[in-house]
Write a protein that binds this ligand. Sequence first.
Ligand code: CA
Length: 233
Amino acid sequence: MPDKILLVEDEEKLARMVELELCYEGYEVDKAFDGRAGLELALSGNYHLVLLDIMLPALNGMEVLRRLRKESEVPVIMLTARDSVMDKVSGLDSGADDYITKPFAIEELLARIRNALRNHTPPEEPENGTLTLGRLSMDPECHEVRVDSTPVELTRREFDLLRYLLENKGKVIPREVLLDQVWGYNFVGETNAVDVYIRFLRSKLDEEFGMKLIHTVRGVGYVIKEEEPCGPK
Ligand code: CA
């Protein structure tokens, strides 16, 4: 998935030029032309990085940054036309990750962007509720499961079971708990239903894609986690 960059810049020609260059480099870019719109988009949590001009209509860049920092750790690079020490100091003080003085060479900007993205560890779970473990990802809202980018077809029950395991990844879940949580308290049927469905999941995920995510804890139940990189199994 490409990194998404928000560009808040009121000089439309400059904004378009930067956008083209960033897209060419493989980033996804959204633009805002004033501080208020920029802040609103930045707060959406959809971006990996924000490029923020200081001199902006509606709300200046310093104020946007100040309000953004109350809620978000997203990397911010300030763009400033004024090469004054004051701007730099107060920009970095209020939580900017970097700044660049206009006019700048696009290569310089790209280097700063790469650097800021590298220094920033993304949040473990994406904002939209997607559950991930290693190469596996699940979007509960769209009822979608993928390994890498390959979709995996699961039945309703398999999906619910996998979802519960992923929501509790790393924790050992007893069979009875899985039965309660996934099949419901009133479920009447074979108590080995859990084992049967675990087998289905293993064959569709672990075996199909050469992973080992679903582990049996003998006498207790199951845990989903990434296999330790080494050691005998
Ligand atoms: Ca400006």
